[in-house]
Write a protein that binds this ligand. Structure first.
Ligand code: SAH
Ligand code: SF4
Length: 358
């Protein structure tokens, strides 16, 4: 098996070059060729010695996932369906804005955590993505978009729970931050988690980047049902982990994501409950209008309800933004990915929305 260079961070590449009997600075050059010049053909890496190019051609490859779908929505949002093996595909979504271009990246094929309102959760879990498959999404996006630096921000908000795949996610993050690779600042790379506390602590110690936490409910009773991992890591402990994270984070706040589900978590009283939680850790709220998918029983809260909910938070001095729904026509919004991939497990839905509506 050839070594896929997309999966090696600076330390990994240096070690690989040592096994080839090559100098460390050569590894740096290759890093630049692969990630900055987006070159996959060793023969074209012109300033490398001929014998090194030959060695690389023999033992290594630069291989990204295969693009099997490419859709652009009217608003410019672009979604790729990427085949990672014979049975699995994941999505990556590019969201262009005036001053930045954000790529939403997947970290697993499927997800083990089964949040009630998430289409990825409904699919069940296949496997962790490798570092090469995670970085490959960014490498491909830059290559397909062209231009100087199309992707300025990365969010790990695609399929999967990144903090349950840190062995692969951390080297991928290091490449995103590496000046010889993508050179993104820590503030421009965001990991989103449903609240896996040991993962939050490990990320803090090994590679702190901006952190988003999917809160979705103001109390444990409701969160237990919407985000089942809450039964293991309840809100009080989650907030403590957030405070620990902030000691090392590149930003001085945690972003709390909150999906707006009509009649489930969008009442005035629930907004006041959230405002109380917000007082316990430095944070900002991002309200996400629910993105419906086939076979879901949830509905998106109406715009007027979302506006009122946001207002209650603002009055309590909580910073809140509401995510624009984008790329709806191509199912491209983050958290609503892989709509085209078959529901393999057909898990019984133990949760009935009617039970949740107050
Ligand atoms: N597993 C991580 C990251 C991937 S999901 C996490 O849960 O945070 C990224 C975000 O999309 C999360 O906040 C998630 O709760 C949200 N999301 C999932 N399904 C959604 C849907 N149908 N509509 C809107 N947001 C959704
Ligand atoms: Fe997994 Fe995140 Fe979906 Fe929950 S919301 S099932 S953690 S991908």
């Amino acid at each position: 098996m050839k070594t896929n260079l997309l999966g090696l961070d600076a330390a990994g590449l240096a070690a690989y070059f040592q096994t080839l009997g090559e100098k460390p600075f050569r590894a740096r050059q290759v890093l630049q060729w692969v990630h900055q010049r987006r070159e996959s053909d060793f023969a074209r890496m012109s300033e490398l010695a001929k014998d090194l190019r030959a060695k690389l051609a023999q033992g290594a490859v630069v291989a990204a996932p295969q693009v099997v779908g490419d859709h652009v929505a009217e608003d410019g949002t672009r979604k790729w369906l990427l085949k990672v093996d014979g049975a699995n595909a994941v999505d990556a979504v590019f969201i262009p804005e005036t001053s930045r271009g954000t790529l939403c990246v997947s970290s697993q094929a499927g997800c083990t955590l089964d949040c009630a309102f998430c289409s990825t959760g409904k699919q069940g879990f296949s496997r962790n993505l490798t570092t090469a498959e995670i970085v490959g999404q960014l490498w491909l996006a830059n290559r397909l978009l062209g231009g100087e630096r199309p992707v300025t921000n990365v969010v790990l908000m695609g399929m999967g729970e990144p903090l349950l795949n840190l062995d692969n996610v951390i080297p991928a993050l290091r490449l995103m931050l590496d000046d010889n690779a993508y050179g993104l600042s820590r503030r421009r790379v965001t990991v989103s988690t449903s609240g896996v506390i040991p993962g939050i602590d490990r990320l803090r110690d090994e590679c702190p980047v901006a952190l988003a936490v999917s809160l979705h409910a103001p109390n444990d009773a409701l969160r237990d049902r919407l985000v089942p991992v809450n039964r293991k890591y309840p809100i009080r402990e989650l907030l403590a982990a957030c405070r620990r994270y902030l000691e090392k984070a590149p930003r001085d706040f945690i972003t709390f994501e909150y999906v707006m589900l009509e009649g489930v978590n969008d009442s005035d009283e629930q907004a006041r409950g959230l405002a109380a939680l917000a007082g316990r850790v430095s944070c900002k709220f991002n309200l996400i209008p629910f993105n419906p998918f086939p076979a879901t029983e949830f509905r998106r809260s109406p715009p007027e309800r979302i506006r009122r909910f946001a207002e209650i938070l603002q009055r309590a001095d909580v910073t809140v933004t509401t995510r624009k729904t984008r790329g709806d026509a191509i199912d491209a919004a983050c958290g609503q990915l892989a709509g085209e991939v078959a529901d393999r497990t057909r898990r019984a839905r133990t949760l009935r929305v009617a039970e949740l509506r107050s």
